[in-house]
Design a protein around this ligand. Structure first.
Ligand code: PRP
Length: 212
C-alpha cells in the first residue's frame, strides 16, 4: 500500500484539521509538538503522510499530485484556480469575503465609478467586479494588513476576509458588499481520486460522519 499524502495549510486550520482527524482514528502525535520545526509527519500504521505548507501553496501541491488531499480555505481555492476536485465543506474556519471601506465609499459602488480596489485576492476581486458587477476597477495587490489601504488613500475599497469584523470596526471601516461565504474545504488530486478512490472515499465518509 502506498502512502496517502495530506497537505495542510499551516496555522489554525491545521490544528482544527488534526483534531477532526483524531475523531476518525487518524492520529499523528508528532505533529502536536508546538516547538517542532518539522514540516512532514508520518503515520506508519495507516500509511499516511501529512505536511504543512503555506495556505496558498496547498492547491499547487494537490494539482501536481505531491499531495493527494489538501485542506484549505475556500478563499485560497477560488484565488489559486488550480485543477482539482473540491469534495467536502468541513464547516469550520467560517468567514466571508467582502468588499469593505469607509461608509462614504458606498456611493462609489452604486454609481459604477472607476475606483481602486486593494486586495490579497486579485483573482477573486477581478471576478467579482468584472464578471458579476460589470464594473471596471483598478486592482492593487497587497500582501496583508489590507485595511490600511483605504485609510491611507491607496484605494477607495478593499476585498478582504471578514471573520468577527473587529479589524474593520477598529479601523473605521465597514462591510459594503458580500462577495461569498468561506470555510475550510477538502480538495483532492484528480488522478488520486481515481487511483485511490476506495481509501479516499472511506476517509471522506468518516469525516462526514463526525461533522456537526
Ligand atoms: C485577516 C483578514 C482581516 C482579518 C479579519 O487578516 O485579512 O484583516 O483577518 O478578521 P476579523 O474580522 O476577525 O477582524 P490576517 O489576520 O490573516 O492577517 P493579514 O493582515 O496578514 O491578512
Amino acid at each position: 500500500m502506498r502512502y496517502l499524502t495530506f497537505a495542510l495549510g499551516k496555522g489554525r486550520l491545521a490544528q482544527k484539521t488534526m483534531a477532526l482527524f483524531e475523531q476518525i482514528g487518524i492520529k499523528c502525535e508528532e505533529m502536536k509538538d508546538p516547538s517542532s520545526r518539522k514540516l512532514i509527519f508520518t503515520n506508519e500504521e495507516l500509511k499516511l503522510k501529512f505536511f504543512l505548507a503555506k495556505g496558498p501553496d496547498v492547491p499547487t501541491y494537490v494539482e501536481y499530485g505531491a499531495a493527494d488531499i489538501g485542506i484549505v480555505g475556500k478563499d485560497t481555492i477560488l484565488e489559486e484556480q488550480r485543477k482539482l476536485y473540491e469534495v467536502l465543506d468541513l464547516g469550520y474556519g467560517k468567514c466571508r469575503m467582502c468588499v469593505c471601506g469607509p461608509a462614504s465609499a458606498k456611493e462609489l459602488l452604486k454609481h459604477q465609478e472607476q475606483i481602486r480596489v486593494a486586495t490579497k485576492y486579485p483573482n477573486i476581486a477581478k471576478d467579482y467586479f468584472y464578471n458579476k458587477k460589470h464594473q471596471t476597477v483598478e486592482i492593487i495587490k497587497l500582501n496583508g494588513s489590507i485595511e490600511l489601504a483605504p485609510i491611507v488613500g491607496l484605494s477607495e475599497v478593499i476585498v478582504d476576509i471578514v471573520e468577527t469584523g473587529s479589524t474593520l470596526r477598529e479601523n473605521g471601516l465597514q462591510v459594503l458588499e458580500e462577495v461569498c461565504p468561506l470555510s475550510a474545504r477538502v480538495v483532492v488530486n484528480q488522478v488520486s481520486m481515481k487511483m485511490e478512490n476506495e481509501r479516499i472515499t472511506k476517509i471522506l465518509n468518516d469525516l462526514k460522519s463526525v461533522l456537526p
